[in-house]
Ligand binder design. Structure first.
Ligand code: SF4
Ligand code: SF4
Length: 105
């Protein structure tokens, strides 16, 4: 099981995960963790996020936890630490009022 998150950018959190194993790769200048295929990638733009909590509350699989540190906006932001539980419903992406989340696979 993989629940790894690397926050190497000041502006984004990207998590790729599956239930079998992990590989760290670099994509678009960011470190991502997961396998190259068969994974879900949950990308949170912490610059856009205002910390409203809609995604945290509405995710049916409780994928997100709040960051310990503050973003540039001075708010806690969601970190997809349980990305391996994601069912790819895209609810978080659709409900985010600031278009701060992208879920890809
Ligand atoms: S796509 Fe669905 S299950 Fe995955 S993190 Fe977003 S709300 Fe949660
Ligand atoms: S719904 Fe969007 S703005 Fe609100 S906490 Fe989640 S990512 Fe941030």
């Amino acid at each position: 099981m993989l629940t790894n998150v690397n926050r190497v950018s000041k502006l984004r959190v990207i998590t790729m995960a599956n239930v079998e194993g992990k590989t760290t790769v670099e994509k678009d200048g960011y470190l991502v963790v997961g396998k190259a295929e068969g994974v879900v990638e949950i990308d949170v733009d912490t610059f856009l996020c205002k910390g409203c909590g809609i995604c945290v509350e509405m995710c049916p699989r409780k994928v997100f936890e709040w960051s310990k540190e503050l973003s540039e906006k001075g708010v806690h932001y969601p970190v997809p630490v349980h990305a391996e539980k994601c069912v790819k419903c895209k609810l978080c992406e659709l409900l985010c009022p600031d278009f701060a989340i992208a879920v890809r696979w």
